[in-house]
Design a protein around this ligand. Structure first.
Ligand code: NAD
Length: 367
């Protein structure tokens, strides 16, 4: 297969983890006889520094023309106080909207070897394997009106959902559950929010088309508690933009580190694949980042955007084998345990990819 993948390294640890994912894509291309053309475009603070908007028009064009987009992270303290249009995160919201990717799939599972590595007891963690289906281009992150009053002492955002937005994301959750353990937990705050009451109503309507899948509704506050007390009781968690964002970071802590979590954003014209974590300015530029979230995002890209399921499985198996063998980046290492750098961890994963059915040398073009 030949495919074009637009890489957006972004800010902070973004370039480090995207380089790791690109190395793995290169290794897979070589072993399986594919040709991936990788392009790299400025995005986020990297674009702002060059005097461009956070999502430069040329970058968007490249993304729209590509078969899939792999993004690192955006966010830079130097730009956190500026006007909205000059914040790196605004570029990310614009990109998701422009690609129309309304469904953000965030799997969180306990990798082999990490059963007793998280902040929870091993018994609580055993068998945790959940999928957060987060609505990505609606809700309070996009709702209007938003802003400040003229004296700047009052600010407001709007949490708004239309029935059709809830219907399509709920359908993704129920379809996903069919291929899993057939349980959807829909998260809302229906005891307080009007938008959540509509959310609950519409999700129940969609559920009637999936009699083989069990639906439960859960308030977001008690859901946050259940996620740490009984994470194994979830299968598919369906949530709006804000609640899904918060709960998936919590899920990262549950399974060991935020640096482990990948995501796929689908539903629109293309696919956008990115680790769940942010730009982690506290560790940026020090080769300390955990590349697993980005590498697992590359696996999701191969599976969801390119239909290369066997290649995606091979990457996930290699990640599992490296972790099971005790390979740990600093975020995973326990006190007194030695740790690998980002590049060493990447090498440990590439080394476990196996020769592949075709063998051969890498066939990768860098654009
Ligand atoms: P963060 O996810 O960047 O970091 C939270 C904590 O997790 C930090 O201690 C960090 O060191 C650690 N961490 C994150 N990823 C890691 C990895 N791969 N390996 C090891 N440790 C890792 O969240 P934050 O600190 O709240 O935000 C920093 C910036 O990132 C902000 O500007 C924020 O807006 C932005 N952000 C961007 C995205 C995105 O691009 N999708 C998501 C969240 C936050």
């Amino acid at each position: 297969m030949h495919a074009t993948i637009a890489l957006l390294p972004g800010d902070g640890i973004g370039p480090e983890v995207v380089a790791a994912a690109a190395d793995v894509l290169e290794a897979v291309a070589g072993r399986r006889g594919h040709t991936f053309t990788l392009t790299r475009s400025p995005f986020g603070a990297a674009a702002l520094r060059a005097g461009d908007p956070p999502l430069p028009p040329a970058t968007l064009e490249t993304c729209l023309a590509a078969d899939a987009v792999l993004l690192g992270a955006v966010g830079d303290p130097a730009f956190s106080e500026g006007p909205r249009e000059r914040r790196p995160e605004t570029g990310l919201l614009e990109l998701r909207k422009a690609l129309g990717v309304y469904a953000n799939l965030r799997p969180a599972r306990v990798w082999p070897g990490l059963e007793d590595g998280g902040s929870l007891r091993a018994e609580t963690l055993r068998g945790v394997d959940l999928l957060i289906v987060r609505e990505l281009i609606g809700g309070i992150y996009f709702g209007e009106p938003r802003g400040r009053t003229s004296d700047r002492r009052e600010a407001f955002d709007t949490m708004r959902y239309a029935a059709h937005e809830i219907e399509r994301i709920a359908a993704v959750a129920f379809e996903s559950a069919r291929g899993r353990r057939k349980l959807v937990t829909s998260v809302d705050k229906a005891n307080v929010l009007e938008s959540s009451r509509l959310w609950r109503e519409v999700v129940a309507e969609v559920a009637s088309g999936y009699p083989d899948v069990r639906l439960e509704h859960q308030l977001v506050d008690s859901c946050a508690m259940r996620l740490v007390s009984d994470p194994g009781s979830f299968d598919v968690m369906l949530a709006g933009n804000l609640f899904g964002d918060i709960l998936s970071d919590e899920a990262g802590a549950v399974v060991g580190s935020l640096g482990l979590l990948p995501s796929a954003s689908v539903g629109g014209s293309g696919g956008l694949f990115e680790p769940v974590h942010g730009s982690a300015p506290d560790i940026a530029g020090r080769n300390l980042a955990n590349p697993v979230g980005a590498i697992a995002s590359a696996a999701m890209l191969l599976r969801h955007a390119l239909g290369l399921g066997a290649e995606a499985d091979a990457i996930e198996t290699a990640i599992g084998a490296a972790l099971d063998a005790g390979c740990r980046t600093a975020d995973l290492a326990r006190e007194g345990e030695s740790s690998l750098s980002c590049t060493e961890m990447t090498r440990a994963i590439v080394d476990r990819l196996g020769p592949g059915p075709t063998g051969g040398s890498p066939r990768l073009r860098n654009g």
